[in-house]
Design a protein around this ligand. Structure first.
Ligand SMILES: *[C@@H]1O[C@H](CO)[C@@H](O)[C@H](O)[C@H]1NC(C)=O
Length: 253
């Protein structure tokens, strides 16, 4: 009985402390971001013909150019989304173009948390967690250690991604470096990853950005494009962060 009462009290307390609070939200518009990063021939466009919800979505396109040696970002940027010690939910809806070429497999990043470490002498812009496609498989990761001694923990094969349909991603993270962090991911409402008691970021207190968009990182990192699809588009809608699952789940706001 005592146990029951304290459980109820705990639930009430939790209910009060997890009042929905979005720290930011975007309904698929080019306005409202801290920055837009469209490199080389890439574009970031607001469209009305393909949307998950409401009247607008973002269409991110990148174009491979064998004579170009730079990177291929088409992203929007929200500053100061987490710092070490924070806990939060981060979500978005995305859709690959209908004829997206999954094979031969190459990595295409679709979202990332990133900060500028140019002052450290060890790195410049360093992504901590990333979400990407490898073939038709969804991958994610966390970055651990220090900026000068980085370690990556990869979470492969989390889900199979289909082209031409909207998918929903929600991440919940407790950003820690003392071994007590957690990192979870939901794909289309189903939990596909749950890791407890891990380090989820690196030993530093600066604020990380959250970015969504197509970042065709393998074209640069592999020094070539595999396959024949040198122009690729990914749409985004209902991008948000907050303190509850409902704050970040594109289906719920
Ligand atoms: C977390 O990171 C700290 C500092 O880098 C390290 O000492 C510790 O072993 C790590 N813990 C886990 C569970 O990886």
């Amino acid at each position: 009985m005592l146990h029951k009462i304290s459980s109820i009290a705990l639930l009430l307390a939790l209910g009060i402390s997890t009042q929905a609070t979005q720290i930011f939200s975007n309904t698929g518009t080019t306005s409202g971001w801290d920055a837009t990063n469209a490199e080389h021939s890439g574009t970031v466009q607001q469209v009305t013909n393909v949307v998950y919800k409401g009247t607008t979505a973002l269409k991110m396109t990148q174009v491979y150019d064998p004579s170009y040696t730079g990177r291929y970002h088409s992203e929007v940027v929200k500053n100061s989304v987490y710092k070490r010690g924070d806990t939060g939910f981060y979500g978005f809806a995305f859709r690959l173009q209908e004829n997206w070429q999954f094979s031969p497999a190459q990595g295409y990043n679709i979202a990332q948390f990133i900060a500028d470490f140019g002052d450290t002498g060890c790195d410049d812009w360093m992504p901590s967690s990333m979400v990407w496609l490898q073939g038709n498989q969804l991958y994610s990761r966390v970055k651990q250690g220090s900026i000068c001694a980085q370690r990556i923990q990869t979470f492969p094969n989390l889900a199979t991604v289909s082209a031409g349909v909207w998918h929903r991603i929600v991440i919940q993270a407790s950003w820690k470096t003392d071994g007590t962090g957690y990192y979870k991911m939901w794909f289309d409402g189903t939990k596909v990853l749950e890791e407890y008691n891990i380090n989820t970021t690196i030993e530093d207190d600066r604020a990380f950005q959250f970015r969504v968009g197509l970042y065709a990182n393998s074209w640069h990192d592999d020094g070539t494009m595999k396959g024949t699809q040198g122009t690729r588009s990914v749409w985004y809608d209902q991008i948000a962060a907050g303190s509850t699952f409902a704050d970040a789940d594109p289906a719920q706001w």
